[in-house]
Design a binder for this molecule. Structure first.
Ligand code: TYM
Length: 328
């Protein structure tokens, strides 16, 4: 049985990119693995947050995890800041990381572009992410493509520590899906779909109303060729829609292309609205029930206790191997 770890930031607007690239995998993996799913609230404070909203968004992500099918009897679901080991291990890993490798992270480069000085947390963010993963001896990390570089860094740090000290960490592998690993913005398919983009029609959030889903898809950028063909380089908009269709319907892209041969974009988009709305409706219904139930906090409390038991064991090993503390 393999150990799986992943996390999502509680920054609101969890969208179909997060779902199709990452969260969908969480559900699938829990059947045959020991899974740990975290709401990474400490990552979200790398940019300013409203404290009240942060708490609400944390509970929203927890409820969404359960609404999409994560079963707290099978998987551990918890909030990052409820387990102190994340911050503790992060410091140890910071002392085994280099500013050069952190400067090469494209996410940091994008977020700090044009600024003379950036928050230090944005810079060291990938180390905290490595700590999340290594703290639980995770073998598999299901994520979207945008996290590839961070996973590589995590592996490099783990290998470095293992070579320098006693073997301390499991070296994890990222897990990326074929359809869904990189869902692009609907209004501009050269950018990835993101929680923070100003145009709300650039994304479909998991809790969007059907009318908003319809509007977002019907106005999605396509091209003037008029044929439904998967060609990300020349037809990024249509290819993105085909990807979304494939991920939600489970149909292969060549089969979808055949089905819509000779059809216009309007017909294809109408069907995509249907496929998306139908996939999201049950999630939304379950979300509303779970979010209001008292059980949610209890599940997170129980999850934090179970996660902490694993984290404490790892920290004991780390301290032993590094000569830290006296264990008193
Ligand atoms: P976050 O919160 O930005 O995104 C959560 C997950 O969604 C994936 N994702 C996408 N997948 C496909 N298309 C998109 N447009 C898209 N946008 C986002 C992300 O790849 C991610 O898997 N650093 C992470 C959170 C994190 C983490 C971890 C993940 C912290 N610690 C440890 C795994 C393991 C992040 O900011 O994800």
């Amino acid at each position: 049985m393999k150990r799986v770890f992943s996390g999502v930031q509680p920054t609101g607007n969890i969208h179909i990119g997060n779902y199709l690239g990452a969260i969908r995998q969480f559900v699938e993996l829990q059947e045959e693995n020991e899974c740990i799913y975290c709401i990474v609230d400490m990552h979200s404070i790398t940019v300013p947050q409203n404290p009240k909203e942060l708490r609400q968004h944390t509970l929203d992500v927890a409820a969404l995890y359960l609404a999409v099918g994560i079963d707290p009897k099978k998987s551990i679901v918890f909030v990052q800041s409820d387990v102190p080991g994340h911050a503790e291990l992060s410091w140890v890993l910071t002392c085994n990381s280099y500013t050069g490798e952190l400067s090469r992270m494209t996410q940091f480069k994008d977020k700090s572009k044009g600024k003379e000085s950036a928050p230090a947390g944005l810079f060291t963010y990938p180390i905290l992410m490595a700590a999340d993963i290594l703290l639980y001896d995770a073998d598999i990390v299901p994520v979207g493509n945008d996290q590839k570089q961070h996973i590589e860094l995590c592996r490099d740090i783990a290998i470095r520590v293992n070579n320098k000290y006693k073997k301390t960490f499991v070296v994890p592998d990222g897990r990326f899906l074929k359809a869904g690993a990189r869902i692009m913005a609907l209004d501009d398919p050269s950018k990835k779909m993101s929680k923070s983009a100003e145009n709300i029609y650039s994304r479909i959030s998991l809790l969007d109303e059907p009318s908003k889903i319809k509007k977002s898809i019907m106005r999605a950028t396509t091209d003037s060729e008029g044929s439904i063909r998967f060609d990300p380089e020349n037809k990024p908009g249509v290819s993105n829609l085909l990807n979304i269709y494939s991920a939600f319907s489970g149909k292969e892209i060549p089969d979808i292309e055949k089905e819509y041969e000779g059809c216009g974009y309007g017909d294809f988009k109408k069907d995509l609205v249907e496929v998306t709305t139908q996939a999201l409706a049950p999630i939304k219904e379950r979300f509303n029930e779970i979010r209001q139930s008292d059980e949610l906090i209890q599940i997170l409390k129980d999850g934090a206790q179970r996660a902490n038991a694993i984290a404490e064991k790892t920290m004991k090993r780390v301290k032993e191997n590094f000569g830290l503390g006296l264990g008193v």
